[in-house]
Write a protein of this length. Sequence first.
Lengths: 280, 266
Amino acid sequence: MPEESVMDRHLLPRSEVAGHSEVRTNLRVVQALGLRSIRQTFRRPQLMAPIVIFPTLLLAIQTGGAGGAVGLPGFPPVQSFLQFMLAGAMMQSLMLAGNSGGIALAVDIEMGFTDRLFAAPISRYTIVLGRLAGTAALGLLSALWFLAIGLIFGATIEGGVPGALLAIALVTVTAMAVGGIGAAIALRTGSASVVQGLFPLVLVVLFLSSAFFPVNLMIEPARTIAEYNPLSFIAEGVREPIIAGIDATDTAEALLAVAAIVALGLVLSARALRHRLRVG
Amino acid sequence: MEAASATAETPAWRANLATIAALMARAKNEILRVPGAAIPGVLAPTIFFLGLNGVFGALTQLRGFEVGAYESFIVPVSMLQGAGFTGAAAGVNLARDIEQGWLDRLLVSPAPRWVLLAGTVLAASLRALIPATFVLAIALPLGAGWPGIDGLLVTYLMVAAMAAVAACWGSMLALRFKSQSAAPLMQSGMMALILLTTAYAPLALLQPWLADVAEVNPVTEVVEAARQGFVGGVSWAGTWPGLVALVALLAVLGALALREMRRTNA
């Protein structure tokens, strides 16, 4: 169909049609790269294990080992320790999904795949966004997985379907936000082993948050650090709909924390992308 | 490997010992030449120790938790976790050797298969003392109780033997799958074996399902034996069940790893 008739039909100026076409192309690139990222994770057990196996194992062990903690004075009212820990397991999974996404991007850089994408007539940002879309999808899967585990083993979602949807949405966007930082480090260093080396750091940041235990019952200095750790706000935002119901303040604080991580990821990724394009 | 290809006059046992020593020296060289590779194995148990202590330290307030400091309770678990990670890493390294063809060269040498396995396993045992010592050095100033010389020796013995168990497990999987992709299975298997015990709390305070698992998990005896010096006195009654459990685990996993090694062709 000639281009003129397309413009006539939609009554749009030529530049706008070109813009629409560009947006659609970019979306298709993001979709293709996102799907590739998900397939890659499912094909490589070493990428899947940190997202599903380790957090599930730790969830079982911590629930069974520290379940008596619900009897401690100051512990928030919960149906069970499993119900409390679901948010922690999701946080761990999404953090490791972000790290795994960074590792996979670094492997692409090492193997020259990213160079081929840079040479293609597509926006460079779609390359990063494609990877982040894959990470977000893994975050979504992780949220569904842990909610399913919780429901199977008797945990209730106090916030009902809206509460579950809120928790899923928060986990998904946080996975994408954390993935942005992983992608930035991968682009900056171009080394999978460097990104993999961040694995212990991910655990440190997670332990120093309220992901696994109420802040008021933590031991100093972990307690003070956890009070200011943005991940604590997100963990509470995910946990509240599960253990009590949707709370506007907790949700707003969680969204602010996610926005802060997104902003940091965007700035770092943009700078790292420029660096990567400069050094090749 | 020179000693392994010694002349026919060299007694077999001496050649075997020399081969094991050479394989252990190779593992030591890896640490010296790529010290960064040992960092995750050291950092992971240290982070777990600091994290678990900061997060679950309040568990000592529960009725039935007879230990004063959670640091004392958790430090032997972290040392054993270090052993688990180190042993699993030995499996990953063996998988890498298989992928790169290095094991093929060993297999065509006159060294018996058990000698090749012993070199890997004993190297892991010695290597596990590094993360254990690092974790201990962090834990003692933070408030973990001094276990006494006897307690320390028992703990180190448990750590070294647990690393050997983990190395047998890792080697078995490496020889079975012949790929580093099996690494998560090596690590998660050991993590489960060590943590599905009285790692976090005494048996009476565990959830019923975990208490049932811990009671049949032989590593519970290993954890208790390694812990005794930190939370009380060392006794033979508290030590021998751990030793029996380790010998049994070594016999089973060692036999399985050796079977895989014998099935592997150059």
